[in-house]
Design a binder for this molecule. Structure first.
Ligand code: ZN
Ligand code: ZN
Length: 147
């Protein structure tokens, strides 16, 4: 197995402008599950002429081509995952950080409960509090005190 399919494999025939290249570079190997806004903010720092529309269009094109997963775990905004291989996710209920979980749970839906569907996949969401948020809670959210 290759170590992750490059997003470039999903760009055949796309007009690759410097802006689009910058979006791809930002997404490649990105484990933060960024929202469109996150992508826009990160990339427009380098390309001030970047428009939101370019970001949305590029994300949507890559998603349709199977290079990006769109995650709906975060109720506040759609998040994108440049790893289109099936995997599960942990989400922090405080800061909305999303972390990959790569365990094959082999969830099987017994035929009698599958309503005659042909099952093509599943996705498990785990909710919790990440270490950073746990620590913040433990220290009562104080600004760092310097001893
Ligand atoms: Zn958190
Ligand atoms: Zn993921």
């Amino acid at each position: 197995m290759k170590a992750g399919d490059s997003l470039k494999h999903f760009t055949a025939g796309m007009k690759m402008t410097p802006q689009r290249m910058a979006i791809l570079e930002f997404l490649e190997g990105n484990l933060d599950h960024p929202s469109a806004d996150d992508v826009y903010r990160a990339v427009s720092a380098r390309y001030p002429t970047m428009s939101c529309a370019t970001v949305y269009n590029t994300l949507e094109t890559l998603r349709k081509r199977g290079g990006l997963l769109e995650l709906s775990i975060d109720p506040l905004r759609k998040r994108f995952d440049p790893n289109p291989k099936p995997h599960n996710h942990l989400i922090c209920t405080v800061c909305r950080k999303i972390v990959d979980v790569h365990i094959d749970y082999r969830v099987e839906l017994p035929a009698e409960t599958a309503a005659d569907f042909e099952i093509t996949g599943n996705h498990i969401e785990f909710y919790g509090v990440c270490p950073e948020c746990k620590q913040k809670a433990a220290t009562g959210n104080r600004p760092e005190d310097n001893g």
